[in-house]
Design a protein around this ligand. Structure first.
Ligand code: FMN
Length: 517
């Protein structure tokens, strides 16, 4: 008998630690032989705490929204045979949500114990690394990533192989691999889930990257507000070192040394911008550098550095194990593979999903996400966080791929989807995101520092019933200038939520201005 308790941050927030303790106590008091273990987030955050019960025949029963009382009944075997427990059983619809997904980056999340390297190895872990070191040259590895068509999942969607190749080609013996795990978009938790649910997958992806570009040191820059992620990643790094997957002479092949360390983030959104991140890593204030030179040429301590996002790295072991063409067989012409999305806002089934690129937005929000809370009307979805834009109801059949999403004025971004219903004021929503970017502006360039402040002043007066004729045009004009003139992606994208809501919901702005208090 085995009992698995989901203990990602979402499970813990819903009471999973108490459930775990109650189960442990009951097992002890009954003095029975039950294996009790833990796992990360399976993505169905709205059903947490989730407990899997696996009987001696391997039959699995999934219990949802479990409390301490129910936990004891599960151990007693009462729950499995009790009609009253039906409300705790996962239903067919929710099971179906998983089968609609394609899990590559999340393949082990919510399945294996993230604190056990043995479970990672048993699921095929570290095989891709072994294959690379034993039978592939660094060039072969980069070629496989090119065949896969993997694009960076951190927001910009830049081809991964190109960056790897640029770092490899840059002269010098000292090179670095950096993982961007700063995840600062409001409503985003894709990277946190991978770090908490499958840290070895990230580690394996980074080691493979180190081999491909010729780096022997890697750094994971993790958002400091993710203590559980940091704890599990630290534990995984330690285990990987003990087993010889990290450190000198990996696999004893006398071919490659690589080690990893963690740096806790400095707590600013802009520190997720790759050059500001490098400054922060070097102990400086997190402010973006001018590009070029790009990090692949002059990055950490001016050495060639490859920076990728957590999800980007988490795809790498799967690609190397299954082949680049297996990955590129999923998705669309220009957007290959799968993408992880965090569903939040006014959606029934809030959580984390991984879907093949090209899936219609409607399917993600209605078939997988279960539609809108209280049967209200869907109004829009904000994609790409504060750098992105909103997509209104009449564009719900838009294909989820880089090109289609940017054609309608949003961006794929890192994967946040904030769903809004008929009651949401779109001007207020735009103001929320602009207020965020204005506060997070590092102040280095004037367009971003002053421009976002002026736009926010205009939005404030519109929301407070003091809007003036010409304010909408002023917002558009300022927005375009800030996009053009800002130094980094923060300023270049900060006006997007405002511009896209003006594009699709101009009447709401007009109503605010015309129907004054
Ligand atoms: N990329 C991330 O992976 N995580 C972040 O938290 C993140 N935050 C960013 C914040 C700002 C203001 C900007 C402009 C960019 C941010 N990016 C973030 C994108 C990075 O600059 C960079 O494109 C990314 O780390 C590259 O990795 P990828 O090619 O795997 O996507």
């Amino acid at each position: 008998m085995k009992i698995i308790v989901g203990q990602g941050s979402c499970g813990i927030a819903a009471g999973a630690n108490k459930v775990y303790d109650a189960i442990a106590e009951e097992i002890k008091s009954m003095n029975i032989d039950v294996e009790l273990t833990t796992t990360g987030c399976i993505g169905m955050c709205y059903l947490e705490p989730i407990v899997d019960f696996i009987d001696d025949n391997g039959e699995k029963t999934v219990f949802v929204k479990v409390d301490a009382k129910m936990a004891k009944e599960i151990v007693n075997g009462i729950a499995q045979n009790n009609e009253n427990s039906n409300k705790y059983l996962i239903d067919e619809i929710d099971k179906g949500i998983l089968s609609k997904q394609k899990r590559v980056a999340l393949k082990n999340c919510g399945v294996i114990n993230p604190e056990s390297i043995d479970e990672y190895i048993a699921s095929g872990g570290y095989k891709a690394l072994k294959k690379c070191l034993e039978s592939m040259t660094p060039e072969d590895v980069i070629e496989e990533i090119k065949i896969a068509g993997l694009k960076g999942r951190g927001g910009a969607g830049f081809p991964t192989w190109f960056k790897w190749n640029a770092a490899k080609q840059s002269p010098g013996n000292v090179k670095y691999v950096v993982c961007n795990a700063d995840e600062g978009d409001p409503g985003a938790f894709m990277d946190r889930s991978i770090l908490e649910g499958d840290p070895h997958n990230l580690i394996e992806g980074m080691i493979i990257n180190g081999y491909a570009i010729g780096a022997s040191e890697g750094i994971v820059y993790v958002r400091a507000e993710y203590p559980l992620a940091i704890k599990r990643l630290n534990n995984a790094i330690e285990q990987a070192r003990i087993r010889g997957y990290l450190g000198k002479n990996i696999f004893g092949l006398d071919k490659f040394d690589f080690d990893l360390r963690i740096k806790a983030g400095a707590g600013a959104f802009v520190c997720g911008e790759e050059t500001a991140l490098i400054e922060s890593l070097q102990g400086e204030r997190g402010m973006p550098r001018l590009k070029p030179p790009f990090p692949a040429q002059k990055g950490y301590w001016d050495k060639p550095t490859n920076i990728n996002n957590v999800e980007t790295f988490a795809n790498v072991p799967w690609i190397l194990a299954n082949g680049g063409s297996a990955f590129s067989s999923m998705g669309t012409e220009n957007s290959k593979g799968t993408k992880v999305f965090a569903l939040t806002g006014k959606i029934n089934k809030g959580g984390l999903v991984e879907v093949p690129m090209g899936i219609p937005l409607r399917e993600v929000i209605f078939d997988i996400g279960g539609g809108i809370i209280d049967n209200k009307q869907f109004k829009a979805v904000q994609m790409g966080g504060p750098s992105g834009g909103c997509i209104p109801a009449n564009l719900l059949d838009t294909s989820v791929d880089y090109e289609s999403i940017s054609r309608v004025g949003a961006i794929m971004g890192s994967g946040g989807m904030v769903v809004m219903d008929e009651t949401t004021c779109m001007v207020d929503m735009a103001r929320f995101f602009l207020d965020f970017t204005r506060k997070e502006s590092c102040g280095k360039c004037i367009h971003c520092r002053i421009g976002t402040k002026r736009m926010l002043e205009i939005l404030n007066r519109i929301c407070e019933g003091e809007g003036r004729e010409g304010d909408i045009e002023l917002l558009e004009d300022l927005g375009e200038k800030i996009k053009e003139g800002s130094l980094c992606g923060l300023g270049q994208s900060a006006p997007n939520p405002v511009l896209s809501t003006i594009r699709y919901f101009r009447d709401e702005y007009e109503r605010h201005i015309n129907d004054k208090k």
